[in-house]
Design a protein around this ligand. Sequence first.
Ligand code: KG4
Ligand code: ZN
Length: 344
Amino acid sequence: MKILGIESSCDETAAAVVENGTHILSNVVVSQIDIFAAYGGVIPEVAARSHLEAILPVVDKALKDANCTWDDIDAISVTHAPGLLGSLLVGTLTARTLAIMHNKPLYATHHLKSHIYANWLESESTPDFPLLAVVISGGHTQLIHMNSHNHFEIIGTTHDDAIGECFDKIAKILGLPYPGGPSIAKAAEKGDANKYRFPHPKVEGLDFSFSGLKTAVLRTVQKEVGLPISHPSSDLKNHITEAQICDFAASFQKTAVDILLEKVDLALAQYGDIKSIVFAGGVSANQALRDAAKARYGAPFFPEPKFSGDNGAMVAAACFFEIESGVEPTDPYKLNIYPRVEIA
Ligand code: KG4
Ligand code: ZN
């Protein structure tokens, strides 16, 4: 079964053709990173307009690269939530129109589900159930228990910032370029991870909190450069040396990884049945996390780095396993990312 997956939830316009949920025939990603690097973050209105320009050429290229015509495509899947509303609308309306035009079944697929299924793409071995999915992205930090395909139980979540958001915000304080995650990871390579100690949040059970870590880094930078806590975070980059930036990046990254893995340990202790640990989402590209998780758990699953971030292949993979699990297509005329208002 060949599925065309379409993704436009944030700042990547992406489409891919995937066979039977694992084998990639094409994978096209057009990133808006260059546009938003100048602003230091995503501007939703600009993102939506960029998706609009890119989406049809991206879908065309995905079909061409896969050597497919519309006749070869068995279904279309599209990210419908969560994400930036304007960006999601471009993807969902495009997918809906294509499904109607080409008479294909349409599947609205949840973005976090897709991140998890990136681990099934082109990998030598696939995870066993029950599994623990650690979903770590720009908008989410969740521990999810899965007994079987397409069954998700959220057992832990963040009370405030997502871990990726924390990377992004701390990168801004340190004056590192957008997107913050890769910038922090790069600066951390030259830094001393034990230079600064940041507290771990006291959050009950399997839940997380990352806003306190962000504030702890901010206060330590202010103190280190001898400025008061009222000094604006946006100006600190003008007072900090490159060596200090690298030490802060390394120390923060180590703390974030430790906080995350402590909760993974707790989940493993609470759920004695876990056979695989599956990392998913943009932050799973982080090499320090990969190294620490491998040292701790042996052989956890990580997506190939090119599938950690947003892409269409993971959307198609998730859709394949939805179909295998008996999920029915979404009625294209009812696909609406806004709550439906029935008019009597
Ligand atoms: O999954 P994703 O591409 O988009 C969302 O669904 O949110 O995740 C984006 C997040 C951003 O916060 C970005 O800074 C972070 O993933 N990220 C990383 C790395 N690469 C991307 N964080 C840490 N280390 C990385 N190497
Ligand atoms: Zn994502």
